[in-house]
Design a protein around this ligand. Structure first.
Ligand code: F6R
Length: 248
């Protein structure tokens, strides 16, 4: 696990954007699996801008969604589908054939999981997964208590996730379940980038990076990932006690 700490979120975003664009230049058919939410917003904007400035060809890149809210239509601005289209796919002119996202409105959620598992296998696995961290240490919708051996699955959302998740929606929504990559796909991704910004993430970041690995804090599993990159702004890093983590 490598931890990079930046003065602010703009510096963090610039660095992650460079990593993403560099991967596309080196591997034009790279497979990205992307989170939504507040944490990567500036990063995605920086990535789009850099890709345009450098005129990088994204036409062979594959994109997979990390997760989706069950029961939320794709047209809802709070859906992961809408978020990724608005912030990445539309600005970069990504074709639908390059995109594979969950449908939170599907009648058969189990087949959504099977199809996503098959799709990832067909693509040969995930090259670069970008995740945020929930206030309870979740990654994707892998909530505390999750078993490590899960692949794509339907998750029951923790009460705090149901509450905090309201911030993405214009009116109150029922957020009971999510479709998500499991910890197995996270561990198998060739690179996992965890992004955290803001002082509200300081305590949970300290626990998952400096505490014991435990399924009660799902993001702590990244301590066991061979190629986990953790990008923190100074505020999110402010709870860390071990100064040898300060690698930038
Ligand atoms: C969203 C996702 C979630 C978020 C996490 C942090 O696709 O997978 O795990 O990354 O809840 O959310 P923000 O970034 O809004 O603080």
């Amino acid at each position: 696990m490598t931890i990079r700490i930046f003065e602010d979120d703009a510096a963090l975003a610039a660095d992650v954007a460079q990593e993403m664009v560099k991967l596309v230049q080196e591997k034009p058919d790279a497979v990205f699996c992307l989170a939504t939410g507040e944490s990567p917003m500036r990063t995605y904007a920086a990535m789009v801008q850099l890709a345009k400035e450098k005129d990088v060809d994204f036409s062979s890149v594959n994109f997979i969604g990390l997760d989706e809210w069950v029961g939320i239509p794709r047209s809802n601005p709070g859906s992961c589908y809408h978020f990724l289209h608005e912030r990445i796919f539309q600005p970069l002119g990504i074709q639908e054939s390059q995109i594979y996202l969950f449908d939170g409105m599907a009648a058969d959620l189990q087949s959504q999981c099977t199809r996503m598992n098959d799709h990832i296998a067909q693509l040969g696995g995930i090259d670069w997964m970008l995740v945020g961290i929930g206030m309870n240490g979740h990654i994707g919708f892998n909530e505390p208590g999750i078993s490590w051996d899960k692949r794509v699955h339907v998750a029951d959302l923790a009460p705090i996730t149901q509450t905090v998740g309201q911030k993405y929606f214009q009116s109150e929504m029922v957020l009971k379940q999510g479709l998500t990559m499991g910890v197995q796909h996270i561990l198998e991704a060739r690179t996992v980038a965890l992004l955290a910004n803001g002082v509200r993430k300081a305590a949970i970041i300290q626990s998952v990076l400096e505490g014991e690995v435990s399924n009660l804090l799902p993001a702590s599993v990244l301590q066991q990932h061979a190629n986990a990159l953790v990008f923190l702004d100074r505020e999110a890093a402010s709870g860390l006690k071990n100064s040898c983590f300060f690698t930038t």
